[in-house]
Design a protein. Structure first.
Length: 271
């Protein structure tokens, strides 16, 4: 969501493999960092300390923001799509750390780690994209994945690209839009509160110093939220432009902590 990393953006009515990148995260070139865990679902350990299958019967949609092929296809991601309150680019490239660890790769890694833990607790998990090499999908298609799955809750995973001096995490929740988000605003707020508490406790990353109030930011300009018919929030897990946050987000062990914390937030939400 970096203001410093503006990317080209466009609508694409294609995308059979995945679904879109959060427009909250600004654009920019997105290189993949060496040594990053591309699909952590295969290697992330399932937690065994919880009661057996506490999330059985729950459907959770996870939206790993952006995609690895976006930067090479501005003709696709630059196209505008309708988001109820206006039009926004189909997708963006996301940001990256100074060392070149890309947000799209981070989002993919954390989402797969989180998927593994949630499934170990009995949840059915759907992803909005199925690899980190494709393009898009568009933000409206991202929302459609959770809607079609009739998800009980949905989360879009991101890392920010704000000013270098800013640090910390924040959660973005939908503003009321009559006939649309007004049906899920209250439940989305409960989800935001549960994830906020668990993320702070589990990662010790503080509330954002630059966005939102007490790590909560209400917005009506994000297609992934405006078009969702199920409870949904976005999380900016930290600021990739801040050296301290970047060091944490770039560490595989810390990304496992992030996933564990978010899983605990879902468990609290459904308890």
């Amino acid at each position: 969501m970096s203001a410093g990393f503006r990317s080209s953006v466009v609508y694409a009515a294609i995308m059979a493999t995945s679904l879109g990148a959060l427009s909250a995260c600004g654009g920019g070139s997105a290189k993949s960092a060496g040594g990053q865990v591309a699909a952590a679902s295969a290697g992330a350990p399932a937690d065994t300390g919880k009661q057996a299958k506490p999330l059985a019967g729950k459907v959770i949609a996870l939206d790993p923001g952006h995609n690895g092929g976006n930067a090479a296809h501005p003709e696709i991601i630059n196209k505008p799509v309708y988001i109820i309150t206006g039009y926004k680019e189909c997708d963006t490239t996301g940001t990256e750390t100074d060392a070149g660890y890309s947000e799209h790769a981070f989002n993919w890694d954390v989402s797969n780690r989180l998927k593994t833990i949630l499934e170990s607790r009995g949840a059915k998990v759907v992803l909005t994209r199925h690899n980190d090499t494709g393009v898009g999908p568009c933000i409206n298609q991202r929302a459609a994945v959770g809607n079609r799955a009739k998800a009980d809750a949905a989360l879009s995973v991101h890392a920010d690209g704000a000013a270098r001096s800013g640090h910390g995490f924040h959660i973005i929740e939908p503003a009321p839009i009559k006939g649309h988000t007004d049906k899920t605003v209250k439940s989305s707020n409960r989800l935001a509160l549960a994830l906020r508490a668990a993320y702070l406790k589990g990662t010790q990353i503080p509330y954002s110093t630059y966005a939102g109030k007490n790590a909560l930011d209400v917005r009506n300009d994000l297609g992934g939220l405006n078009l969702s018919t199920v409870p949904k929030v976005f999380i900016e897990t930290g600021n990739m432009q801040n050296p301290g946050d970047a060091a944490k987000l770039s560490d595989a062990n810390f990304r496992q902590r992030i996933a564990q914390s978010l899983a605990d937030g879902f468990s609290a939400y459904f308890s």
